[in-house]
Design a protein around this ligand. Structure first.
Ligand code: FES
Ligand code: FES
Length: 161
């Protein structure tokens, strides 16, 4: 076992993990952060996307020990916990009906948030390219793209926590 210290959604956790433990499994099984989902476990679908030091990563493609000393934000830390306010991207996904079953949604929102931090005023093509690592089996993507473009029109898309 290896000792790690990771700040997740604003709280620092000191834990023992096996060296082979994936970050997504650590988040879900040790911290109970089940808002981060596992779709494929092979870095294809994007359902497990979180932010590591502010940049989106597929957490099934990162070992928990690699997060030692770093900061992770999950979908559960994206909204403002004090006021319960959703982030602009979360709001836009709801308003644009950008989800059906919702399985891809946490990862989509985390990826979109990072995309808009890097490029606050993207074209539709730039959104489609920026989101191409995140798969959705339900929506046909159109409303997801609309939601990201709508969120780009708001003043701040970053984490509010
Ligand atoms: S579960 Fe990580 S990319 Fe699919
Ligand atoms: S809403 Fe079902 S996979 Fe995207």
């Amino acid at each position: 076992m290896t000792r790690i210290s990771v700040k997740v959604d604003g709280v620092t956790y000191d834990d023992e993990v096996e060296p082979r433990t994936l970050l997504v499994h650590y988040l879900r099984e040790q911290l109970g952060k089940t808002g981060t989902l596992v779709g494929c476990d092979t870095s294809n679908c994007g359902a497990c996307t979180v932010h590591l030091d502010g940049r989106s990563v597929k957490s099934c493609n990162v070992l928990a020990v690699q997060a030692d000393g770093h900061e992770v934000t999950t979908i559960e830390g994206l909204s403002n916990p004090a006021g319960g306010a959703l982030s602009p991207v979360q709001e836009a996904f709801g308003q644009c009906h950008a989800l059906q079953c919702g399985f891809c949604t946490p990862g989509m929102i985390m990826q979109a948030t990072d995309l808009l931090r890097e490029n606050p005023d993207p074209t539709e093509d730039e959104v489609r390219v920026g989101m191409e690592g995140n798969l959705c089996r339900c929506t046909g993507y159109h409303n997801i793209v609309r939601a990201v473009l709508q969120a780009a029109g708001t003043s701040s898309v970053g984490e509010q926590a």
